[in-house]
Design a protein. Structure first.
Length: 134
């Protein structure tokens, strides 16, 4: 578990490579506004989209999350704390006008990228409409 770094995980890299091949450019490991100790895995700054690629173990995936048998109280509390922080981060970003996307590491990267590309393009279109009407 100590080998899992905070960035550049294999799931994150699969998504990032596909996003780049799709022609989308983004920021990596980006500090969140007013929350400098919290960082999004992938961010589209102009469209204000923050993407988090959550690990099934660390964030308590309902499908693949596991509960270790040794020191189970510690790990249960650790995962619950991560989930509370995730909900708080989502709420703060959404209140500031950001779109938050949480992706599980087990999700198909091609499906994730297709979903993200649609979202980025929709937000760009919405921004264009807003600037035209001003």
């Amino acid at each position: 578990m100590a080998r899992t770094g905070p960035r550049d995980t294999s799931a994150e890299m699969r998504i990032r490579r596909r996003l780049h091949a799709f022609g989308l450019r983004y920021r990596v490991d980006y500090p969140l506004p007013d929350q400098p100790r919290r960082r999004a895995d992938i961010v589209f700054t102009r469209t204000r989209i923050a993407i988090f690629v959550d690990g099934c173990f660390w964030h308590g995936c309902p499908e693949h999350g596991t509960a270790p048998k040794s020191n189970s109280a510690f790990w249960r509390e650790k995962i619950e704390t991560n989930q509370r922080r995730d909900r708080d981060t989502n709420a703060r970003l959404e209140k500031a006008g950001w779109e938050v996307v949480r992706v599980w590491e087990h999700e198909d990267p091609d499906e994730v990228v297709a979903r993200l590309a649609r979202l980025v393009r929709a937000r760009r279109t919405d921004q264009g409409r807003k600037s035209d009407s001003q």
